[in-house]
Design a protein around this ligand. Structure first.
Ligand SMILES: Nc1ncnc2c1ncn2[C@@H]1O[C@H](COP(=O)(O)OP(=O)(O)OP(=O)(O)O)[C@@H](O)[C@H]1O
Ligand SMILES: [Mg+2]
Length: 412
């Protein structure tokens, strides 16, 4: 299969590494042809803490996707998150040189907006334009071609620790995959689950992963703010393991199969059998106790989100409510509890579907990787296969005539 129109999204998460292979085609746009998911063993709170284990997890996930798709994976768009990410808004102004604004003017104003002092151990990952202002006209998305004398840009800047970004890039490259682009994970998840209307109206995405909860705030079609909170689904499991004095793996099983965050909805007589620590006998526990532990953590997490939103002053301007996604959003009762704490409508965000093996990806835990695939798709133009077919035919004819020449040489 030709690799020209192959695109790959690679999500190196705290709990899983997921690789997804898509092929661009003219009729259906994007078709998924391979998926590889493997447990992630070398990350903590979104950051690499063990290079060898991370490389191995990436290799396994990429190999699974390669086997399923039948294509060699050489490059990918990867996601980044972790407590080291820090984002802020900035602006810049330039004088317009000619009569009309050109793409050069836009590049210059974006350069001016990103000319902010950041600590020497940090690098800029994204400079995302929010809006442009030409003279006194605000709210412009694309100023190219407009007339004016003064161009102003408002941007959202995402920065990360140089060494932590490099550690992730190094692991991916050690696994044999070149990094084409790096995208902040909540931006990728937003691409996969939010509609254009929702981003226009004003909405907050909360991606609850294993190690982090990633927040992205959208309004008027622009990204206003991003935040990485170092609390995720693993903290729910840890709480359960500590409160019930059970092994971590058993706590994870109970959370996934029997967990809920609404203790009041659970019958007091409902019990489950749990394995004790270190060879202790299995024992019965009340399901409402499980829900109380998980509910307390969920409430605390949404309060943290609420505090961040209020601190940044977005609580009044966002009318569309919240969308929960990520594997951690799958605990029963989470939307109801979130509505109660956040006092706005809340729903679960499931990734939009593509052609190919799209139905197995219809889960909140695949939002980031699908968003990375969408980002990769946007940055790579469709390449006509016609040229290569012609070349392949030419190569075949050359090969055939060469071997015929050899045969004739041998005979005569
Ligand atoms: N059915 C389920 N019910 C409850 N929780 C679930 C369910 N399935 C997965 N989870 C939880 O989701 C979390 C993993 O989510 P996800 O796969 O989105 O994380 P990740 O991308 O690996 O991590 P991160 O984004 O933090 O780096 C784990 O804590 C896991 O326990
Ligand atoms: Mg994730």
């Amino acid at each position: 299969m030709s690799s020209k129109n192959i695109i790959v999204g690679l999500d190196v998460g705290t709990t899983k590494v997921c690789t997804i292979v898509g092929i661009k085609n003219l009729e259906s746009g994007l078709e998924i042809i391979g998926i590889g998911t493997h447990a992630s063993l070398g990350l903590k709170k979104g950051a690499v803490v063990n290079i060898d284990l991370t490389v191995e997890s990436i290799r396994n996930s990429v190999e699974e996707a390669r086997l399923m798709s039948g294509v060699n994976i050489t490059s990918a768009t990867i996601g980044i998150a972790g407590g080291h990410i820090y984002s802020f808004n900035s602006s810049g102004v330039v004088a317009i040189k000619g009569k009309e604004i050109t793409s050069d003017d836009v590049s210059r104003v974006l350069e001016a907006a990103k000319a902010v002092v950041i600590p020497s151990d940090r690098e800029i990952i994204h400079v995302i334009p929010q809006e442009f202002k030409v003279d006194n006209t605000t709210g412009i998305k694309n100023p190219v071609g407009m007339c004016g004398v003064r161009l102003e840009a408002h941007v959202h800047i995402v920065t990360g620790s140089i060494s932590l970004v490099q550690n992730l890039v190094k692991c991916v490259e050690m696994a044999g995959v070149r990094v084409e682009n790096i995208t902040l994970q909540p931006i990728a998840s937003s691409e996969a689950v939010l509609s254009t209307e929702e981003k226009e109206m004003g909405i907050i995405l909360i991606d609850i992963g294993g190690g982090t909860t990633d927040v992205a705030i959208w309004k008027d079609g622009s990204l206003l703010h991003t935040e990485i909170i170092p609390v995720g689904g693993n903290h729910f499991t840890n709480d359960l393991a500590i409160a019930l004095k059970i092994p971590h793996a058993e706590a994870e099983r109970i959370k996934i199969n029997h967990g809920s965050v609404l203790a009041e909805n659970i019958n007091q007589s409902a019990h489950i059998t749990v394995q004790g620590l270190g060879g202790q006998k299995p024992r019965e526990i009340q399901l409402s106790i499980v829900a109380e532990v998980l509910g307390a953590r969920a409430e605390e997490l949404f309060e943290l989100v609420q505090t961040q939103i209020k601190e940044k002053g977005f609580d009044q301007s966002i009318t569309g409510g919240f969308v929960l996604t990520g594997g951690g959003a799958m605990i029963k009762g989470l939307t109801e509890l979130a509505e109660y704490v956040l006092e706005k409508p809340v729903k679960i965000g499931i990734p939009i579907s593509f052609g190919g093996m799209t139905n197995i990806m219809q889960s909140p835990k695949f939002s980031t990787v699908l968003g990375l695939l969408i980002e990769a798709n946007k940055s790579k133009p469709f390449i006509e296969e016609f040229e290569s077919k012609e070349k392949a035919t030419f190569d075949l004819v050359t090969k055939l005539s060469d071997s015929l020449k050899a045969v004739f040489k041998e005979i005569f």
